[in-house]
Design a protein around this ligand. Structure first.
Ligand code: JHZ
Ligand code: ZN
Length: 417
C-alpha cells in the first residue's frame, strides 16, 4: 500500500495490495459511490456526502481481486461504526460452534490464550470466556468495543498492526488461537496484518480466519458485497501466496455458507498442507479463477442484474404497489446506490440493529426504521437487502407474509418469493 497521510481521505493504489505487482487490471467500475456504513443522521441530510471511486481489479501476478481505492480506515471504522455482530442469531450460533470445536480440537484450557482481531461486540470471544479461557479482543470501533467489555470480553480499542503485535509479544502474549473474521479483506496494510499474525501466534498456534470467497461472489453475482470497506476478494490461490510470504501456511480450508459463501482458513507456522487446500487450489486452476479471463464478463452480468431489478421495481410501482426494504446492510448501500433505488421506489428500510434506527441509508437516503414497521405499514413488497440471512428473516417475518406480504430477492437474479 502507498503510505497514507493521516489527513488524506483516500489514495488510489497503483500496485497490488498483496504482492506489489503492477500488473493490475480493472474489470468492474461503479464510478464514485458513498461509504456503505456511513449512515446519515437527520442533521447530515442537508449536507453533501463524501463519495469515492469504486473500481475492482485483478492482479496478474498473485491472482488477488481487489479494489483500487483505499479510503482512510479512520473514516471507515473508527467513528460511529454501526455494525454490531450480535444482532444476528445465525451468526452467533455459527460463531459459538466454531469456538466449541476449537476448544475441543485443540484441548484449550485456563492456560490458553485466544486473541481475536476485529472482535466487534465480543460475539465470538464470549464463548471462550464462558469456558474459562483467557481472551483478548482488539477492535478499532469504540461502540462495539465498549459493548464487548460489557459482556466480559477484555478489549483494546485499536487497529491491529504489526506494531501492535510486537507490543503484545513484548508483554509476553502469544496466542494459541488467533481469530480474524471478516477483517483480512478490510485492512489496508494487508502484509503488515499478516506479519502481525505471524508474530503473535505461538509456534504451535493456529490462526482461524474467515473471509468471503470470491467464487460465489462471481457465480451468484453478489456484486453488492463490493464496497470501500472490502479491499480484497480472496481466492485460495491468492491467500496461499499471501501467507507464504510471511512464513505462514494455509493448511486447511472449509466452505461456509455465511455472508453469501465464505472460507474458513486454518493457518499455521508449520507447513502441513492438507487435501482440502490442495483440492481447492486445483479447483481454482481448473475454473480459471487464477486468471483474468474468469472475471472479464462479470461487469455485463452485473449490468444485466441491475437492469432487471430496476425494471421489476418500477413495474411493481407502476402497478400501484408499496415497497419497503429489509436490512440496512453495507451491501444494501451498494445495491441501492448502484441500481438507483431511491424514495420514488422504496419508502423505508427496516433493521433490527437499534443503532441504525432513525438514520438514513447513504446516498439514496432511505429512512431506517425498526422491523415492527413492516406489520404497521404492511407494504406489498419488501426488497431483501440482507439476502444472506434469507432463511432467518423469512422465519421472523412469517406474520408479514401470512398477511400477503412478499419478499423480493435481488441476487443471483431478482425474484419474488
Ligand atoms: P450483514 C457486514 O456487512 C459488515 P453487511 C462488514 N462490512 C462485513 O465485512 C460483512 O458483514 C461480512 C440486519 N439484520 O451482516 C443486521 C436484521 O435486521 O449481512 C444488519 O444491519 N435482522 C464488516 O452490513 C443487516 O441486517 C435479522 O434478522 O452487508 C445485515 O447485514 C438479521 C439476521 C440481520 O452485512
Ligand atoms: Zn498481486
Amino acid at each position: 500500500m502507498d503510505m497514507m497521510c493521516l489527513d488524506a481521505k483516500s489514495v488510489t493504489e497503483r500496485a497490488c495490495r498483496s504482492c506489489g505487482g503492477t500488473g493490475i487490471e480493472t474489470f468492474l467500475e461503479f464510478g464514485k459511490t458513498p461509504l456503505a456504513d456511513r449512515l446519515l443522521t437527520s442533521s447530515d441530510i442537508g449536507e453533501p456526502e463524501p463519495i469515492f471511486p469504486l473500481r475492482v481489479a485483478f492482479c496478474k501476478d498473485c491472482s488477488l481481486v481487489q479494489i483500487t481505492e483505499t479510503v482512510n480506515p479512520i473514516i471507515l471504522f473508527a467513528d460511529s461504526y454501526p455494525y454490531y455482530s450480535s444482532f444476528s442469531p445465525a451468526l452467533l450460533k455459527h460463531s459459538r460452534a466454531n469456538a466449541l470445536d476449537l476448544i475441543n480440537r485443540r484441548g484449550l484450557g485456563p492456560e490458553s490464550l485466544v486473541i481475536e482481531l476485529a472482535s466487534n461486540d465480543g460475539y465470538l470471544l464470549k464463548n471462550y470466556v464462558e469456558a474459562g479461557i483467557r481472551v483478548l479482543g482488539i477492535d478499532p470501533a469504540d461502540g462495539p468495543a465498549a459493548a464487548a467489555e460489557r459482556v466480559g470480553v477484555p478489549t483494546r480499542c485499536a487497529f491491529f498492526t504489526r506494531d501492535v503485535a510486537e507490543t503484545l509479544r513484548a508483554q509476553g502474549m502469544r496466542a494459541d488461537i488467533i481469530h480474524a473474521n471478516n477483517v483480512l479483506a478490510h485492512v489496508a496494510d494487508t502484509n503488515g496484518f499478516v506479519a502481525g499474525i505471524a508474530r503473535l501466534l505461538k509456534d504451535d498456534g493456529v490462526a482461524v480466519i474467515e473471509a468471503p470467497y470470491v467464487e460465489p461472489l462471481i457465480e451468484h453475482c453478489e456484486f453488492d458485497t463490493i464496497y470501500h470497506e472490502h479491499l480484497c476478494y480472496f481466492s485460495v490461490t491468492a491467500l496461499d501466496k499471501l501467507f507464504r510470504r510471511h512464513g505462514l501456511y494455509l493448511n486447511e480450508v472449509k466452505h461456509l455458507s455465511i455472508h453469501g459463501g465464505s472460507l474458513r482458513l486454518y493457518v499455521e507456522s508449520r507447513e502441513n498442507v492438507g487435501a482440502t487446500v490442495k483440492d481447492q487450489l486445483a479447483h481454482e486452476a481448473s475454473r480459471g479463477i487464477d486468471a483474468i479471463g474468469y472475471f472479464r464478463d462479470f461487469s455485463s452480468k452485473v449490468d444485466a442484474l441491475k437492469r432487471d431489478l430496476s425494471t421489476l421495481l418500477r413495474r411493481l410501482k407502476s402497478q400501484g404497489a408499496t415497497i419497503a426494504a429489509y436490512g440496512a446492510a453495507a451491501k444494501g448501500a451498494t445495491l441501492i446506490n448502484t441500481v438507483g433505488i431511491g424514495r420514488d421506489l422504496v419508502d423505508f428500510v427496516v433493521d433490527r440493529n437499534v443503532y441504525k434506527h432513525n438514520k438514513y441509508m447513504p446516498g439514496q437516503r432511505l429512512p431506517i426504521r425498526s422491523t415492527e414497521a413492516l406489520l404497521e405499514v404492511q407494504p406489498d413488497y419488501v426488497l431483501l437487502l440482507a439476502w444472506n440471512f434469507v432463511d432467518e428473516i423469512l422465519d421472523q417475518q412469517a406474520e408479514y407474509r401470512a398477511r400477503g406480504g412478499k419478499f423480493i430477492l435481488p441476487v443471483p437474479t431478482p425474484r419474488i418469493i
